[in-house]
Write a protein that binds this ligand. Structure first.
Ligand SMILES: Nc1ncnc2c1ncn2[C@@H]1O[C@H](COP(=O)(O)OP(=O)(O)OP(=O)(O)O)[C@@H](O)[C@H]1O
Ligand SMILES: [Mg+2]
Length: 345
């Protein structure tokens, strides 16, 4: 049984006056397996929070279905097995962190002393032990975020929905929360993680999806998405017409200061052809390196594709309704990379 299953989900918010309706989420199909850390990415307004709220049953889909741990979204029977950290968590400011977390623990049915014990344990886990008797009003944004994370773990959930858990955190706190998320995965938990912190996402997520204006644009394993599909060969000592031969055989090549930097598609035959050519011409292969992209490059590529295709932007409804197809890691990224870098010198 998948942790999350979304089938043809569309959410249209009611519109005022004569404005055209916009699909905040447009025919979304998505499956998250148990035990995964799944990155749910997209620019502002892409539909991430809307999707999460639909999965939690806080809002209802216009059409389509969604299942959480096998039950229809919002089903009360699974609420004690899931957790949600909202984009902007809100707490009673006059309470101490310990009181807040104990209060929520009591809502889950723990007795007062047990709830306080659980609160101490979780506040320690998120690095707030020393500040647990301060009121939330005295807390910085990042400290409140940590209270939210502690609160999300009270019921030892199987599935966590984290909407921007590292927003407003300093670099050390980022690393702490990242480590905590990985630690939660080792306990077998599933994490549905919406974030704009692409470095964090690249480091912790197994798979990611990129939404744009309600439409799922790209999805795949992080390692496959960033692999880039190209290999860089660096060589020296290219003489006697070898340079010209390489120029016409390689996908892309640059020559400077007696060195050649050559890009080839990431397959043995294409790389082997160039390497054989260099060796036959008595050149030297200095290095052969698979070229990795950063997730940020993939994200920008995916979102700017839309801007390049439709410079006027269009309205949300028509842009979302144009049947923009999902590009998988295998085809999409490879092609995007190839089309950008096929120019020969
Ligand atoms: N309550 C609402 N009423 C009307 N429109 C809404 C409402 N909530 C969100 N929207 C619209 O739905 C679209 C998706 O918003 P959503 O909050 O899901 O985006 P998001 O991907 O979470 O963005 P962000 O990265 O800024 O958090 C946006 O166009 C937004 O204006
Ligand atoms: Mg959001």
């Amino acid at each position: 049984m998948p942790a999350i299953e979304i089938k043809g989900l569309t959410k249209q918010y009611p519109v005022r006056l004569k404005r055209e309706a916009v699909n905040a989420v447009d025919n979304l199909n998505l499956t998250v397996e148990q035990g995964e850390i799944f990155g749910f990415l997209g620019p502002n307004g892409a539909g991430k929070t809307t999707t999460i709220k639909t999965l939690l049953g806080l809002i209802y889909p216009t059409t389509g279905e969604a299942y959480v741990l096998g039950a229809p979204a919002g089903d009360i029977s699974v609420k004690h097995r899931i957790a949600y950290l909202p984009e902007e968590p809100y707490f009673y400011e006059h309470m101490t962190a310990r009181e807040v977390v104990s209060f929520y623990a009591q809502l889950f049915g723990r007795k007062r002393a047990d709830a306080a014990r659980r609160a101490d344990e979780l506040l320690d886990l998120v690095g707030l032990k020393a500040d647990s008797t301060k009121t939330v009003r005295q807390f910085s944004k990042g400290m409140k975020q940590r209270v939210g994370i502690a609160q999300s773990l009270i019921n030892d959930p199987e599935l966590l929905f984290y909407d921007e858990p590292t927003s407003g955190l300093d670099p050390i706190s980022h690393r702490d929360i990242r480590d905590l998320i990985v630690h939660l995965k080792t306990q077998g938990k599933t994490i549905f993680l919406s974030s704009h912190q692409l470095t964090d996402v690249e480091l912790v997520c197994d798979r990611v999806s990129i939404m744009d204006r309600g439409v799922l644009k790209r999805m795949g394993r992080v390692d496959e998405l960033v692999s880039g599909g190209q290999v860089e060969i660096v060589a020296t000592g290219l003489e006697n017409g070898l340079r010209e031969k390489i120029q016409s055989a390689a996908q892309h090549s640059e020559f400077a200061d007696g060195r050649a930097v050559i890009l080839q598609p990431d397959d043995d035959a294409a790389v082997g052809q160039i390497v054989d050519m260099i060796r036959a011409g008595r050149g030297h292969v200095v290095s052969i390196t698979p070229k990795r992209k950063r997730l940020e490059d993939i994200f920008v590529e995916t979102v700017t594709e839309r801007i390049l295709v439709s410079p006027t932007g269009g309205n949300g409804a028509s842009a979302n309704g144009n049947g923009a197809s999902l590009t998988t890691s295998e085809s999409g990224v490879g092609n995007a990379a190839a089309s950008k870098e096929t120019s020969k010198q």
